[in-house]
Design a protein around this ligand. Structure first.
Ligand code: 6CS
Length: 316
């Protein structure tokens, strides 16, 4: 039989690479076949999520940037400066987090989804038509964000005018001047040619892009124990693979951008410049507790404990 798996990116982008590895592993270890549907083949992120919930798709990759509208607790990934910049600590966190591996699955299950894994896709950077070194520079900037209420709140706190849009509308909106900025990891800025429609990249260090892979729950529950193991092993192999794949990816992507457009300005904000952005974390966290659903407090506390443990664990 054939299992259908859709994701929010192109085949050669991070989610696509993960999906290809998953497919390779499942097909090598079972008689099942995986059919991959990259971005654009079945609609926007919200469309593939509906298809996964209804069982038309067996697997879906959707980022909390979109799932936060469905599962309010998943908005926690948009509290700025919550995730560590250190890559080893970050990966250790995703591997070992109780919040991710124990608290989130029941919340996804309520939506008909089996949460299989979450993984990081890289440091999020702003790309804008004007230079940004302080929140004041974001004043009057219509800044595209994913359709996630807390991400809207976060960019409001940064001083911008957040504009939630599905991904497919972003390039055109920048080109026509409807928006003047957006944020994404470097590999995505490069592959989707965001540098053609913006002139500045700003590294504020405020987040890393988190994504999640899920199965339709009814489908997953109906699998034999053996098939469940095939799926889980393939997910684990793809997780390890995607962590290795991203080694050095940010830097090579930034180099490619500079080659394609030498006039692009890339600025890494200093600690001093970051301070006013960091100062917003407290109010965004408070907003999360208000709009992040019944388990917001529990999730946030657990994440902080997990992050602390990961920071300790990745030192040695
Ligand atoms: O910004 C977005 O909407 C997209 N960014 C990434 C890195 N992946 C998928 C998502 O749709």
């Amino acid at each position: 039989d054939t299992w259908r798996y859709a994701f929010e990116e192109a085949m050669e982008e991070v989610q696509g690479k993960f999906a290809q590895k998953f497919k390779e592993e499942v097909e090598a270890n079972s008689d099942h076949e995986i059919q991959l549907f990259p971005f654009g083949t079945l609609g926007e992120s919200a469309d593939i999520m509906e298809q996964a919930q209804s069982g038309i798709l067996q697997f879906v990759d959707q980022s909390p940037g979109f799932t936060g509208a469905l599962i309010p607790e998943a908005q926690v990934f948009f509290v700025p400066y919550l995730l560590p910049e250190d890559q080893d600590t970050l990966v250790e966190f995703f591997r070992t987090s109780k919040a991710i591996n124990e608290l989130f699955p029941p919340l996804y299950a309520e939506q008909g989804l089996e949460l299989l894994t979450m993984f990081p896709e890289g440091e999020v950077m702003m790309t804008t038509t004007n230079e940004v070194t302080s929140p004041e520079d974001l004043n009057e900037v219509k800044f595209r964000v994913m359709t996630n209420p807390l991400l809207v709140g976060s960019y409001q706190a940064f001083g911008a005018t957040p504009t939630p849009l599905p991904w497919g509308e972003v390039y055109g909106a920048l080109q026509t001047g409807i928006i003047q900025g957006q944020e994404n990891p470097a590999f995505f800025i490069e592959s989707t040619k965001m540098y053609e429609v913006t002139d500045y990249i700003t590294r504020a260090g405020h987040n890393n892009f988190t994504t999640a892979v899920m199965a339709n729950k009814e489908f997953f529950d109906g699998l034999s124990d053996e098939d469940k193991e095939v799926v889980q092993n393939a997910i684990d192999a793809a997780f390890d693979y995607i962590v290795d794949y991203q080694d050095g990816l940010t830097e090579t992507s930034l180099e490619k951008i500079m080659e394609a457009k030498p006039s692009m300005t890339i600025t890494t904000l200093t600690e001093e410049q970051r301070a006013p952005f960091k100062a917003t974390a407290e109010e965004v966290e408070a907003e999360y507790l208000e709009i992040g659903g019944d388990q917001a407090q529990e999730i946030l506390d657990q994440m902080k404990a997990d992050l602390e443990a990961a920071a300790g664990g990745s030192e040695g």
